[in-house]
Design a protein around this ligand. Sequence first.
Ligand SMILES: Cc1cc2nc3c(=O)[nH]c(=O)nc-3n(C[C@H](O)[C@H](O)[C@H](O)COP(=O)(O)OP(=O)(O)OC[C@H]3O[C@@H](n4cnc5c(N)ncnc54)[C@H](O)[C@@H]3O)c2cc1C
Length: 478
Amino acid sequence: MGNWQNWAGNERCQATIHDVASTEEVVDLVAQITAKGGTIRAANGGSHPGALESGSFSYSPIVTNNDQHIVQTAAMADVTRRPGTNLIDAGPGATTWQLSNQANEQGLSLATTTLIPWISVGGATAVGANGQGWNLGTLSDQLQSIEIVTGTGHVRTYDRDVSPAGWNAASVHLGSLGIVTNATFRAEDRFKLRSVDTILETDDLIDQMPSIVTDAANPYVEMSWFPFNPKAWLKVWNRVPWDTPNKGTVHGIPYDVAQKDFGSAGLDFVAEFPRWTPAFLRLIMDTVTTNGNETIAPSAEVFHWQMDYPKVWDLCYALPITDGDFSAVQEAWRYARTLVCDSAKPKDGNCNSIDPLDYPSDATFPQSLMLNCRFLGGSSAYLSTAPDTNEHTCYFEVTTGAANKHYAPFFEALGLKLRQLGGRPHWGKMWGNPLTDPKAWQHWYGDRLEQFNEIRRQCDPNGIFLNDFTRMLFGESS
Ligand SMILES: Cc1cc2nc3c(=O)[nH]c(=O)nc-3n(C[C@H](O)[C@H](O)[C@H](O)COP(=O)(O)OP(=O)(O)OC[C@H]3O[C@@H](n4cnc5c(N)ncnc54)[C@H](O)[C@@H]3O)c2cc1C
């Protein structure tokens, strides 16, 4: 038994940790746990050099398994194109960077993937992790099939073209069907992405959101805002042929320095001296953005334009956009801005001031990093946070430094608002509240929860892959 904790340090447990390197080892492990009695959860984080102490990049209670077992599949990390096809096989321990980069090297591009490069294929597909792309789903929707060692010890392959019901369960499974040993992605002939940054008045960007996002000329859209700034940042990508010459620099100074080293030091500084938060955020915005900045690079580099992260708290909800109605997203952004401004109590009501003396000594600054909106299509997976295939969604996220002492009430209030606006909590991020009432989850997922549960019971009749959180979710007793 050892100490296990996630990267962020907000989820911990005592558990027996197992490392496996092949499907056969997974089958043996499942047989051992079944014979002894006990439960097992999979985890994958920790392969990033800066995060060796970590067991998982999820912030939520989807991995913890107190006094039980945790299996790490990080060693299963091969990424290989199937000859003569556009399919890529990836081990569950491959990072999303390895997946997209090796796909490029082998002549292919994923249509979309996550921004964060270090999370694993196993973890990211289990939660339906998102990148962006108005007509695309989540990373799970880029899968063709998935191989899972189930609770009965069988190695089962779920393929989207073979069994729709099985597929809808297996494409976002929260580690509850078994242990994934291989994921096969459908990719396309490789392409580059042209990325253009535009700096706009924040209110203009919020108002123009529907026309910008639904414009066919903008297939990939991301919007970001650093609090206490009258301006916001629009990032749009377009596909260009692979032989288009590269332009500009995606990775390197100033991004890497600004994102990790300067970002971490600055976040710690403003946690101690909060009235400097507006000035710090203005500096970050001015360092990492340039109006009209254009880069062209292989898709892998642009997807993962941010290669490093300071330690942050990260709250994220998927807000539905039904029939082109963006009002929930627009309202959420304005609400977050008002919460941040009200807490800062600026002397003349001006939250665009970066002068520390314009904020009183009892002001609080709960959000010391970014607000971010990424726009996607829907997903057929029963447990996807993105709604049904014919709808769209916005992943609405706020981040703040991990040393920030005032974030909790802000996350709580914003989480509540996002739920009121119809948002579904991102499985792998923070929610503002523990959300331990199964009725809330039934409200968000309706019949889909039970449809998933049916397949789950077939795969795991003895519940060996359950933990406290999923027991609550699936209505199982301990
Ligand atoms: C700084 C930061 C940035 C982030 N950015 C994004 C982002 O851009 N988009 C996004 O959607 N999310 C993002 N996330 C959240 C992230 O996607 C999820 O937390 C993701 O699940 C973490 O992957 P992991 O490899 O650490 O998996 P873990 O956290 O270890 O596991 C996540 C889930 O997958 C299951 N699992 C893992 N491996 C297996 C396996 N082999 N078999 C069966 N089940 C398995 C686990 O049981 C658990 O349920 C970010 C997180 C951080 C810390």
